[in-house]
Each structure stands twice: as C-alpha cells, then as structure tokens.
Design a protein around this ligand. Structure first.
Ligand SMILES: [Zn+2]
Ligand SMILES: [Zn+2]
Length: 447
C-alpha cells in the first residue's frame, strides 16, 4: 500500500497517482501509473549501462505527463554513440535552478531475489562476451521512480516554490561515463546551468523511512584500469619453453595489494580491486595473455597517483623478473572514460538538505553518515573544482524488522551489487519522494 500518510496533501496524491480530493489547494498533475507499478516495471526490464532504453522511455514519458518539457536521447559518448539521458524542465518563474539527478542503469548480475517482479533478462556482457543476467542490483530503478514521483509532486506544488527544476535521468552511472556524456552534449548550454545539484542513493544500511547524509567528503573517486599480462604460450606440460601469464597474473594480483598497504599513506583511504580475470581456454595450454580489469578508489589526487604509479612499476618489474622481451611487457590502460572524481557534499548545501530531511522525515530518522569507498559520477555534474554545490544523500531501503534481525544475528542484509539486494518498494519510494520533494521545496522555497 502506498504510504500517503507520509506525504503531504495534493503533492502526495499526485506523486502516488491517487485521486485528489475536490477543493484541494493545488492542482494535481495528470494521473499516470502508480509509483510502485512503475518501479516493478523498471525492475523487471533492466538495461545495462549504455542500454537504458526502457528506463529512459518510461522516465521521459512520465515527466512529460507530469507537465515537464522533456528532451530524451541526451548525451554523447567519446566514440560518438548517443546516450539515453533524459532532461525534464519545469520553469516556475524567476528563482534558482535546481538539478535533481537520478541514474537509470542496471548491472550484469543474475537476479536471485526470487521476487515476483524479478528480472529474467539475459544479455551478452559487453566486457567478456559471455551470457550474463541483467539486474537492477544497485536500485537505480528506485532512483528513477522517485524522480517521477518528485516530478509529479513538484508540479502539483507549483504555488509553493519558484525557480527552475531540471530533472535528469542519467544513463551509465555504473560505468561512470553517463554524467560526462550528458555534459559533452551541452546540457547546461541547452537547458540552463543549475545553481545546486541534489541526488540520492538507496542503501541496505538503513531502514526504509530513514535517510543519511555526509557533510563534506561523501564518496571516493574511482579510476578503472585494464591490464593485459602477456607471456609466451605453449604446451601445459612444457612450461619451461614459454612464460606462463597465469602464474605472472597471480603474482601480480598478490603483489599489487602492497600498493595500498605499503606505498599509500595509511591516513588516506584507498582500494585496489581486481574484479575480472580472464585467460586460457584449456587445461593443457599455457595461454599468451591474461586480461585483468581493476577498479581503484581514493579521496585525493595524491593517492590516485600512488596507485597508478604502483601498478605501472609492478607490471614493469614483473615482466623484467620473468625475462620477457620488451614487446611482451604488460599493457596498462587507464580508462579515463570510466573514472569519476570523489563525491563532495558542499557543507553549506548539505546542511540545508540535512535540515530539510529532518523536518520531512523526523529528526530521529535522519543521520549524518561517514564517507564511503563506493563511487559515483554525480559529482561530474558539479564541474571541475566543485563549481556547482552538490548534496547527495542515502535513502534507507530495507525492512526495519528484517534489518534488526540480521544485525542481531551479526550480519547485514544483501546490499547494492548483490544478486539478493531487494529494497522494500512501498515505503522506500514514498520516503524517497517525500524526502526529495521537501528538499526541493526548501531549496526553491519562496522567500
Ligand atoms: Zn552501483
Ligand atoms: Zn548505484
């Protein structure tokens, strides 16, 4: 059941597509499908990064229905291909411009929640070529649905705010090249440059009905790195005749962990993770190469440099110690397109958002969170050097009792990027819409 008691008046009813009582102070946006229904549709039709066709169509359609001027297919990637970005604009007189961002892409994970609306979508992995499941395992379907709810609520509450709302459905957050693709397509030149940016992400660490926000540093920066460890292939029974890249890759992966533990400043958090390793085709063949895909996390330019220098030095040393000729040295490619700066919550704006959240949900439902190592490309919208202030908050998505039981048993409920991640839709969506709407009404409130 939609929790309309959590929301306010006509704005609530419009957000949840419920009938509005006659004589309500503000006009409702034209009715559309209920938010839970939209969420389940998005959840069961996920699209990987660069392939968010369904989500972008739904978001564009619903923003249009809510009265926004909508442009879709916004965004261009470095290879010239188009992106599925959506921008909805609602002008409401002179005043500040607020950008609210929701991401829309899913992950290459086979869903194992067993939910009636679980995804059964399969596709070919763009990175490995193997058949993979596709799942909204990061809850971007929650974010997109909340955006639609906020669009309806803000349209219905037009009398209570002034300025311009820019609602952004962003593609390709998981590959962290979606925000950049939208900037490359000149969204600020085309739709106006915002004065403030807000966004949210669901979390398994909080019960639905609650939220948390970090003040200052919020999320780590990330740089993706691809490494090809080359060797000299041959018969598995005669390793001495070649140079085994599988053994070299194993050495490299182990040694690489000393970058964080021995080379980086212990006071600067950093992570180096190998998330994918592929090499070989048969037991008795030594392959020519092994391919590694890495993600790196940090909060400072200095740590980033230490990590990248460490990877280069260790790879070069590995080839030297294996006696490989220079033309078989490892190939390291820094994927700048799949990199994002740390997410920095502008303290002044974050404190305003925190106060708005506390008023909206209740002071006991809103906490201040610590910075975390997962990354986001939402900070890209703030431009180099945090030119546009940003505040990004966490939205609780778990059943409170289930969360308490799990913690009493000493573990956490499955979270983002886990095949069992299962936000509770009703309360999470109602809270997300109420929280974000109240944040927007605060930031665009009439003086
Ligand atoms: Zn994610
Ligand atoms: Zn995410």
């Amino acid at each position: 059941m939609p929790r309309c008691d959590l929301l306010l008046g006509a704005a609530c009813a419009a957000a949840l597509a419920l009938p509005v009582a006659a004589g309500a102070a503000e006009p409702a946006a034209p009715a559309g499908p209920g938010l839970v229904e939209i969420y389940k549709t998005l959840h069961s039709h996920p699209g990987l990064s660069h392939h968010e066709e369904t989500a972008s169509t739904v978001v564009a359609e619903e923003l249009r229905r809510a009265g926004y001027a909508v442009t879709d297919h916004v965004g261009v990637y470095p290879d010239g291909s188009h992106a599925y970005g959506v921008v909805g604009v609602l002008k409401n007189g002179p005043g500040p411009t607020l950008l609210i961002r929701a991401d829309m892409d899913a992950l290459p994970i086979l869903e194992e929640t067993g939910l009636p609306y679980a995804s059964h979508v399969m596709t070919k992995s763009p990175t490995t070529g193997l058949e993979v499941g596709v799942m909204h395992a990061c809850g971007h379907d929650i974010h997109s649905t909340v955006l639609i709810g906020v669009a309806r609520a803000m349209a219905a509450a037009r009398g209570r705010w002034h300025g311009t709302l820019l609602l952004v459905g962003q593609p390709s957050e998981e590959t962290v090249d979606g925000a950049r693709a939208m900037l490359a397509d000149h969204i600020y030149e085309r739709f106006g440059r915002p004065d403030m940016i807000v966004g949210l992400h669901d979390t398994n660490g909080l019960a639905a009905g609650t939220a948390a926000i970090a003040i200052g540093e919020a999320q780590a920066g990330t740089t993706s790195v691809d490494i090809t460890i080359r060797g000299i292939g041959g018969h598995g029974a005669e390793p001495q005749a070649g140079r085994d890249p599988i053994v070299l890759a194993a050495q490299f992966i182990t040694q690489m962990q000393t970058i964080v533990s021995r080379e980086n400043d212990p006071l600067e958090p950093a992570v180096v993770t190998v998330g994918s390793i592929h090499g070989g085709s048969k037991r008795n063949i030594i392959p020519d190469e092994v391919k590694l895909q890495l993600t790196t996390r940090y909060f400072t330019d200095h740590s980033r440099q230490v990590i990248l220098d460490g990877l280069r030095n260790m790879a070069a040393g590995l080839a030297l110690s294996a006696g490989l000729p220079p033309d078989r040295a490892p190939i390291i490619s820094i994927n700048e397109a799949e990199s994002a700066p740390p997410t920095y919550n502008d303290p002044k704006l974050a404190n305003r958002v925190r106060a708005a959240l506390a008023r909206s949900l209740g002071p006991d439902k809103v906490s201040v969170s610590e910075k975390v190592m997962p990354s986001e490309d939402v900070g890209v919208f703030g431009l180099e050097g945090h030119q546009i202030p940003l505040a990004y908050f966490s939205l609780g998505a778990m059943d409170a009792d289930a969360l308490a039981r799990a913690r009493a048993a000493g573990h956490e409920l499955p979270g983002p990027h886990n095949s069992h991640f299962a936000p509770v839709p009703d309360l999470t969506l109602a809270t997300g819409v109420k929280a974000m709407t109240d944040v927007a009404l605060t930031l665009l409130g009439k003086p």
